[in-house]
Design a protein around this ligand. Structure first.
Ligand code: C2O
Ligand code: CU
Length: 499
């Protein structure tokens, strides 16, 4: 171990700027398993491999997003919104050359993929940032099929137009829909006038005073109920637009199919600060996958999707044009929409279709895994995280620590390869937090039965959520709230493998 630890003070700066090189902390007794460690290379070599390499390229640069009737100057992948879809199959090696034409450093993170640690795209932790003008080739095996996405892992860059779908097809797919569409939801503020960009939004939040923090800090004020499962404070930023596939509600994207087709919708929430309640006019949704993993199909009228979550749903398309709605949960703003169309003409009118009376909304309890459960075994290590605001400032904390002073926290989130880990979240704040663990999928704990596999889990105000995972992917892994503003305000830590 050549590098001594730096995680006090400079670490947050290193992580958010990506410019200061790897920032390691070491307590002298245990060795950190670094991204460059042989364990990481061995783990990659052991992943089942199809023998195929899928090559792709992404350029990150400034550009205009059309958004439908209102365009915005922003940052994009490949000049388009969403960025170009990347498709491969389980066991393929993905080889993506990223060219950074942005005025700042960036990185690409492959959200939800249990990949080799040194390709995880977290500057300062798993590798260097890509400097302006620079290039980096990400190359890794795709171990699991499913719906994923990619985005930068620096500051609040995700709240610009930098995101795109990553679809890993399953060669053993049983459900075989007739048609499939990717549906990416996003909250949009960038480039809609001066001071609307994500950096300005973060600066405004950071200068807010203690009074406005009252409701955010108190789970008792959160207003959680059956009809408001995430409470009544659904986000920190006001968004003028909510998008599906890069289009605002005035010029919605069309999802084409034929009447009677079985249509798969791969729903991805790429928003920074908004969960959506999603429903499709005239259809029930058959939920088949959560965060890429198959579940026993369950029929619902609507579902709530948090930032970083994905659901695959199937519908049997009726004849006509039907509005797919994504209503911002517990915050204002016009709903995102797209149109499922099986016939030309006719269509979806301006008025949003009403939600079904007494709608059946998906809950995590409805999700029963179909295969891929963790084997039953005893827990080797119990970790817990308390989610809260600290002080009278916009500082979101894990176990009362924000990223700048996480030296001790990181030490408490250490694991050893091979352990079964229980990780419990307790939300002592008035806002929901979609907690995301890199490099692993966990199982939601459930009495007497296996819970679903996920990589992102919403923890509602006042709630406690227990998860289990096997420490089977050595390295240094981010664990954070997928509200990008919460993350930037400190709500992130590292799951740290040691020997
Ligand atoms: Cu979707 Cu740490 O990321
Ligand atoms: Cu959060």
């Amino acid at each position: 171990m050549s590098r001594r630890a730096v995680l006090a003070g400079g670490a947050a700066a290193a992580l958010s700027s990506g410019g200061a090189g790897l920032a390691w902390w070491w307590n002298g007794r245990e060795r950190l398993i670094e991204p460059s460690s042989s364990e990481v290379a061995h783990g990659e070599a052991a992943r089942p491999h199809s023998g195929r390499t899928v090559r792709s390229a992404l350029s990150a640069r400034e550009g205009m997003a059309a958004l439908g009737f209102q365009s915005a100057a922003t940052w994009l992948y490949g000049g388009q919104l969403p960025g170009p879809a990347i498709r491969a199959r389980t066991g393929d090696v993905l080889d993506v050359e990223v060219h950074n034409l942005l005025p700042q450093s960036t990185s690409v993170h492959w959200h939800g993929i249990a990949l080799r640690n040194d390709m995880d795209g977290v500057p300062g932790l798993t590798g260097p940032a890509i400097k302006p003008g620079g290039r980096f080739t990400y190359r890794f095996t795709l171990p699991d099929p499913g719906t994923y996405f990619f985005h930068p892992h620096l500051g609040v860059q995700l709240d610009r137009g930098l995101y795109g779908p990553l679809i890993v097809e399953d060669p053993e797919e049983r459900l075989a829909p007739d048609v499939e569409h990717v549906v990416m939801l996003d909250d949009w503020t960038d480039g809609l006038g001066s001071g609307t960009g994500p950096d300005s939004q973060l600066a405004a939040l950071s200068s807010a005073n203690g009074m406005s923090m009252m409701d955010m800090s108190n789970p008792g004020h959160a207003g959680v109920s059956a009809t408001a499962p995430l409470g009544t404070d659904g986000g920190d930023v006001h968004y003028r637009l909510h998008l599906i596939n890069g289009r605002g509600p005035d010029d919605p994207a069309t999802l084409a199919a034929k009447p009677g087709d079985t249509v798969r919708l791969r729903l991805i929430n790429a928003a920074a600060d908004t969960a959506y309640r999603v429903y499709l006019q005239g259809h029930r949704l058959r939920v088949t996958h959560a965060d890429g993993f198959a579940v026993v199909p369950v029929m619902v009228d609507e579902l709530i999707i948090g930032m970083g979550e994905r659901y695959d749903v199937q519908v049997v398309a009726a004849a006509g044009a039907f509005t797919l709605v994504g209503t911002p949960e517990a915050k204002g703003g016009r709903s995102a929409r797209a149109v499922l169309r099986t016939r030309p003409g006719g269509g979806s009118d301006d008025a949003l279709p009403p939600r079904v009376q007494g709608a059946r909304t998906l809950t995590y309890d409805d999700l029963v895994p179909l295969g891929d459960q963790l084997p039953t075994r005893k827990v080797d290590r119990r970790l817990s995280l308390r989610l809260s605001l600290v002080g009278n400032a916009y500082k979101w904390a894990l176990n009362d620590k924000v990223m700048e002073d996480m030296q001790h926290l990181s030490d408490s989130l250490r694991v050893h390869a091979g352990e079964r880990v229980e990780l419990t979240y307790r939300n002592d704040s008035g806002m929901f937090h979609p907690m995301h663990l890199h490099g692993h999928t966990f199982e939601l704990a459930r009495d007497g039965a296996p819970g679903p596999r996920k990589d992102t889990v919403i923890v509602a105000p006042g709630a406690t959520v227990a998860t289990f995972f096997d420490a089977d992917n050595p390295g240094q892994w981010m664990l954070h709230c997928h509200n990008v503003y919460h993350q930037a305000a400190g709500m992130e830590t590292v799951l740290s493998y040691r020997t």
